[in-house]
Ligand binder design. Sequence first.
Ligand code: ZN
Length: 396
Amino acid sequence: MLRKMSTPILTGIFACGLLAGACQSGKTLHSAPAPLASPDALATPSTQPRVKNVIFMIGDGMGITQMTAGRLREFGPNSKSRIESMPVTGLAHTHSIDDLITDSAASATALATGYKTRNGMIGMLPDMTSAKTLLEAAAEAGKKTGVVATSSVTHATPASFTAHVALRKMEPQIAEQQASGNVDVILGAGLQFFQPMSTEGSDRRDNRDLLAEARENGFQVVRSADEMAAITDGRILGLFAPKYLSGLAGEPSLTEMTNKAISLVKDDPDGFFLMIEGSQIDWGGHDNDPEYVIREMIAFDKAVQAALDFAEADGQTLVVVTADHETGGMSITKGSFGGDSLEVKWTTGKHTGTPVGVFAYGPGSLRFTGVFDNTELPRIIDDLWQLPDFPQVLSE
Ligand SMILES: [Zn+2]
């Protein structure tokens, strides 16, 4: 917490003087998350416990400034966010194979497969061959797997871990691959691509009922937070809105979905792999809307805490947090200490080529210090896991 402040008196002044508003609302500096184990405490690779489980968390469009805006709002300038409290940090480059500015499909494919590809491509290389995803490699090794998003589950990031298509807009086909696939946990939105065209709001061009097909394939299909809460084991496809989650009554929060996903996969003796995305930080950036960014950023930060809480208790779980790219060229140019009035400037309504943060906790986390290409991150996870055949171009 207040590692850089040596005297309690100063702490008090800062916490309850300049940040009086924060104190009154209970958001004191002391409400920051408890510090996690230091890198030293994680020991050398030879004495680190093996990596059994991996929770890979991606803030879509989450640049350093987006993280800062969320932190200022929730904790003020003198404390850290939950993500920032993770002990190991690095940076990642995000460009796609032929464009300095990536889109979410190419960057998620890089994070999922260990290969660069062209913007727009999902789990596929420029020559149209598919590349195995880390999730698929984990499943082959007998681990349970899952993806969680606040967008449609067919959107670029969750799709890149669970499907292979040439264009990200092929969401009906992505849904078909997910419904017929072997992922254990899929939580998010996207009913529009799973329901037959005869259903109002469907964006399918056929009458396939992918919810029924998913049930036949062994999924328990749920459509509300209450229905999700009632599922205590087995595979689950939870679609809580047609297009994206917006905090409506009946929808689960990202933290609730994260906790449910963990609870459904944690008892596999072979371990598990989960990809959890804060999908809409990016959309706040595209809208150049600081409040949207801050709201989504705080929600993602809380979900990371849920993962860290599990990892800390479990001791065999590696948590890696990163972003696919920055969105908006966001910059803070003025503001109050409490973060309630931030003056924000934007350089674009699109993505930028700035590097993004990498944060890690748990066994193997020391491997994530440094500056990386985004394709290195899944390769390091694979190396820690010693999975065969990853990265791998799939012949077909
Ligand atoms: Zn975007």
